[in-house]
Design a protein around this ligand. Sequence first.
Ligand SMILES: NC(=O)c1ccc[n+]([C@@H]2O[C@H](COP(=O)([O-])OP(=O)(O)OC[C@H]3O[C@@H](n4cnc5c(N)ncnc54)[C@H](O)[C@@H]3O)[C@@H](O)[C@H]2O)c1
Length: 122
Amino acid sequence: MSDILDLGGRVALVTGAGQGVGRQVALQLADAKGSGGVVVNDYVLARAEAVAEEIRSAGGTALALQCDVSDHAAVKAMVEKAAAELGPVGARAPIPRRSWASRSGRPGPRSGTASSASTSMG
Ligand SMILES: NC(=O)c1ccc[n+]([C@@H]2O[C@H](COP(=O)([O-])OP(=O)(O)OC[C@H]3O[C@@H](n4cnc5c(N)ncnc54)[C@H](O)[C@@H]3O)[C@@H](O)[C@H]2O)c1
């Protein structure tokens, strides 16, 4: 039987990972068996960098990449940069859906609030 908690060396990309639910998902994926590293995305770069540093301090592999996930071209560029630095992304966890930022062009009431979470792996 396969181990569903074994990431098999896959690189994970977690969007909206600078705080809250996304941060926790990023920390768990970095610590999971077979983690190939985590791309920590957030609209606010300083948040992403802080979480990536948290992962590295704990011995994991992490890369902080800023982009607004409502911007398709920016997401494509982020995925390409992630592949160049860590390898192809094999697991994804999109935390913000259509974010507050995508509707207003700027971070939400708590300086970048997403409006719902959905997590998918694949
Ligand atoms: N916290 C909970 O217990 C909980 C439970 C269930 C569902 N949710 C939902 O999950 C979502 C996340 O919750 P949270 O508490 O972690 O939110 P949060 O606001 O604390 O964190 C969301 C992160 O996503 C980033 N972000 C927002 N829009 C972005 C964009 N367009 N591109 C990139 N990054 C972006 C923000 O900068 C922020 O760091 C919310 O919509 C919330 O309603 C939260």
